[in-house]
Design a protein around this ligand. Sequence first.
Ligand code: BTN
Length: 251
Amino acid sequence: MPFDVDQVSQRLGGRTVLWLTETDSTMNDAARLAALGAASGTVVGAERQTAGQGRHGRSWYSEAGLGLYFSVILRIALPADELPVATLALGLAAAECITQLTGLAVDLRWPNDVLVGERKVCGILIQQQQENLICGLGLNVNHTAFPEELASIATSLRLETGREFAFEPLFIDLILSIDRHLEILTTQGKEAILRLFTQASSYVVGRRVVIDQGETALRGTTAGLDENGFLILQGDDGKRTVVLAGGVRPA
Ligand code: BTN
């Protein structure tokens, strides 16, 4: 069944939602639309991406009709030091929505991977384009298997629950949850998001991790978030490092 764009647009108060059969990446479509002046909140989704983008230059596996793949254009007046926290807010939004809809216990791996157990079910990519944030979200929904190289690290809602999910209600709840969490950020400030993220993630405090940073890797125990949402790592040599970026994995 094709994605019912009219239904979701109506349920989201007439928001512009574009749904493509195929695209390279919805990040590119959303960036083009944002540059042309598309309204904040505009969403572009696709049944299939041929070059889905992940963080750190990785690709995002985007098989036709099995996952939700979309990008939202956000034009929000946030001080520069609150931008990293916006990425945490989106992870929280996805985690809350998934738990409410499926009953699954989810974890957040800094900065914003959504996990069920140790496997990733949802990924978020945020790119800044002048005053716009292009927020991409990929959610593995009805996959029953993954390619060999992903099988041990990826999962889907269907694999975890044994149920199949309709895309429209999931999409609507995700967008509403994103709106709610950005509202928390803009009205209560970044401290509220940092607090919620610390509560929701088993990775923020006291977790032995390796943080891959290109050629090098940091190893230590997580020791909370700094005031801008960056991860603090207590190295095995006792030295504290503020981690600005990197792929976190259990040690
Ligand atoms: C990650 O965890 O590495 C981020 C994955 C983000 C994937 C989504 S799918 C929709 C949007 N379009 C893309 O090309 N990437 C994001």
